[in-house]
Design a protein around this ligand. Structure first.
Ligand code: GDP
Ligand code: MG
Length: 171
């Protein structure tokens, strides 16, 4: 069985835990429980007739109180930078985290612009959009609440990872 470690990264309360919950358990909760440290969930996907185990590492938020911990990324096959479309500062924080992550890994990276069910308070303009297309492998507008693009995001990432055979965790 192929196993891939995927890290969810981003500022606090952008929806990292909610995206994993939606994907793994199919549920959403308005209740906010801060993730302490790291929580690992598992989901098996069938991609191109191959079974793939995704190990989803849900990190606590990386804000000024939580220094980004590169060691979480050890062995990661890919990571998702989650930002909140109702909070512009979360994009800046996400990009900072992405820059730090890039110092330790070259694995595929996805940008998830989450909370797309709510009114956006910021947008990427054309030039920003192009810039982000160059630094992220894929970009998704997601909602952990409605489920929009959640399955698609994780399965597209899984397909991408299937093409890069390195970073497999063999069992
Ligand atoms: P984390 O700190 O990044 O893990 O964020 P959480 O997953 O704990 O979510 C923080 C808050 O945002 C919670 O109250 C969630 O219910 C809410 N939330 C997360 N994702 C969404 C979303 O897509 N839409 C809406 N409306 N709320 C969301
Ligand atoms: Mg969390």
């Amino acid at each position: 069985m192929i196993q891939k470690k995927i890290c969810l990264l981003g500022a606090s309360s952008v929806g990292k835990t909610s995206l994993v919950k939606r994907f793994v358990e199919g549920i959403f909760s308005e209740k906010y429980l801060t993730t302490i440290g790291v929580k690992i969930d598992k989901k098996t996907l069938s991609i191109a007739n191959k079974e793939m185990n995704l190990l989803l590492w849900d990190m606590e938020g990386n804000d000024s109180y939580n220094v980004f911990q590169e060691r979480y990324l050890r062995g990661a096959a890919g990571y998702i930078i989650v930002v909140d479309q109702t909070r512009a500062s979360s994009l800046l924080e996400g990009i900072d985290i992405h820059t730090l992550a890039r110092q330790v890994t070259n694995c595929p990276a996805i940008l998830a612009i989450n909370k797309s069910d709510l009114l956006a308070t910021w947008h990427l303009d054309d030039s920003e959009h192009q810039a982000y297309q160059n630094i992220f492998d894929l970009e998704f507008l997601t909602s952990a609440k409605t489920g929009k693009n959640v399955e698609q995001m994780f399965s597209s990432l899984a397909e991408l990872l299937l093409k890069c055979e390195k970073n497999d965790i063999t069992t």
